[in-house]
Design a protein around this ligand. Structure first.
Ligand code: AMP
Length: 428
């Protein structure tokens, strides 16, 4: 085959029809659960000012340093394709005065996210997130409600062996002291760290904790743990989070070196994984998030507590697909309309309109001529009834109903077919 002239950009998948059912089901379920917890939907533009991410997501993050798709408009504005939802949502919260609404404000959003990554299984340059934020509260119960929301989406999708990894990374009162301890520990072992981590050690030492390199992980396994150095407020908050998780009997595990890649997190951070996935050597988080009490203020608003998270839709779908579950297979209408000859074909199109107006789903293949080919298709779709309209039937104003299950066949008046099918479908 000759090489195609145009191909999709690296790491940016097409979502073909067979995959749409997965996206629809995951997103509908996520929205239903969000609605139940009192979240409301928000959409923000795919493009935001680049400076919003530099300031919000943070200059020392991988996202800002190497993953943004940025452009300059003809008018000279510097914009970036959304690499994560939170800064845009906080921008909208402030821009529209949502801080004057009764607090907290609970918002969810979903859509594509863009990061310039090395594409591999479960890691794309364009992927989708379902995102949820609760803005305007510092209460620990909200941290758990966010965790519960994402856990329940995954659990209701019947994903197995779910585990919540949770940690507290403190706040501006206690993290600086911990950072010092960590830096002095890491500095004495700097030669054993990877090149990236030696840079991180200078710029953002906490990020060394979630490096995936084996040699760094070994050094990290002996590092001081932040939960031993939390201030009273952060310790109390974290204790409450864990107590509420216990109360809900959610399967969580303390993960003392979990820090997450973003600068704005404070106190609680979490990741939800499927251990089933771990058995297959993949341990990527399906959903993740945390509290970010400083971000609203950083972006120009009042001092406001907030917590949020995001679910990676493609990663969830990859797990669902591996299971080949029935509810994600395409479904077909119970009726197939076969037409034979030009006269019948014309009449079939009109008949289809009557079915549509009566909200009775019917499939067809008007382009095919032969009875055999159309019956084969009807059979493949597993339909219960095939309606056959030939030249003779059109002239007689009749139509044949073939019951595919019973193997029986009956001719009825064409003007009675809607009522007849309504009656039959009711009995299914
Ligand atoms: P983050 O916004 O980095 O906290 O990621 C939240 C979730 O998005 C992760 O738990 C993943 O499920 C998903 N995710 C992050 N990066 C990617 C990517 N490059 N490709 C696919 N999914 C991703």
């Amino acid at each position: 085959m000759t090489k195609l002239k145009f191909q999709r950009p690296t790491g940016m998948p097409d979502i073909l029809p067979a995959d749409q059912i997965y996206f629809e089901k995951v997103l509908r379920l996520a929205e239903n659960i969000g609605d139940f917890y009192g979240f409301r939907k928000i959409d923000t533009p795919l493009l935001e000012e680049t400076a919003l991410y530099e300031k919000g997501t943070g200059l020392t993050t991988d996202i800002v340093q190497k993953q943004m798709f940025s452009l300059r408009t003809r008018g000279g504005d510097n914009l970036t394709l959304r690499p994560e939802f939170t800064p845009g949502i906080i921008r909208a919260y402030l821009e529209h005065g949502l801080n004057a609404w009764p607090q907290p404000v609970k918002l969810y959003a979903w859509g594509p996210v863009f990061r310039y990554e090395h594409p591999q299984a479960g890691r794309y340059r364009q992927f989708h997130q379902f995102n949820a934020e609760v803005i305007g509260t510092s209460n620990s119960v909200t941290d758990v409600q966010i965790i519960q929301l994402f856990f329940n989406i995954l659990n209701d999708l019947k994903l197995k062996k779910l585990v919540i990894e949770v940690n507290s990374i403190g706040d501006s009162a206690c993290r600086p002291y911990y950072k010092k301890l960590l830096i002095s520990y890491l500095k004495s072992r700097a030669l054993g760290l990877c090149v990236d981590c030696r840079r991180r050690l200078r710029e953002n030492p906490l990020r060394v904790l979630d490096c995936k390199e084996a040699k760094c992980q070994e050094i990290v396994s002996g590092a001081p743990q932040i939960i031993d150095h939390l201030c009273d407020g952060c310790r109390r908050h974290f204790k409450e989070v864990l107590e509420i998780l216990d109360e809900l009997e959610l399967p969580y595990r303390l993960s003392p070196y979990l820090v997450r890649g973003l600068d704005y997190y404070t106190k609680t951070v979490f990741e939800i994984k499927s251990e089933e996935e771990a058995e297959n050597k993949r341990t990527d988080a399906l959903a993740a998030g945390g509290r970010y009490d400083g971000l609203v203020k950083l972006l120009g608003g009042p001092d406001t507590g907030a917590v949020g998270g995001a679910l990676g839709v493609e990663r969830v779908i990859a797990l669902l697909k591996a299971k080949k579950r029935k509810e994600f297979q395409p479904t077909y209408p119970p009726i197939f309309l076969v037409q034979l000859g030009f006269l019948a074909r014309k009449r079939a199109l009109k008949l289809l309109e009557e079915f549509r107006k009566n909200k009775i789903p019917v499939s067809e293949c008007l382009e095919k001529d032969s009875l055999k080919a159309q019956l084969k298709l009807a059979d493949k779709q597993g339909v219960r009834y095939t309606l056959i309209l030939g030249q003779k039937e059109v002239l007689d104003k009749t139509i044949i109903i073939r019951d595919m299950k019973a193997g029986s066949q009956e001719t009825v008046k064409l003007d009675k077919i809607i009522k007849e099918m309504q009656k039959r479908l009711k009995k299914l």
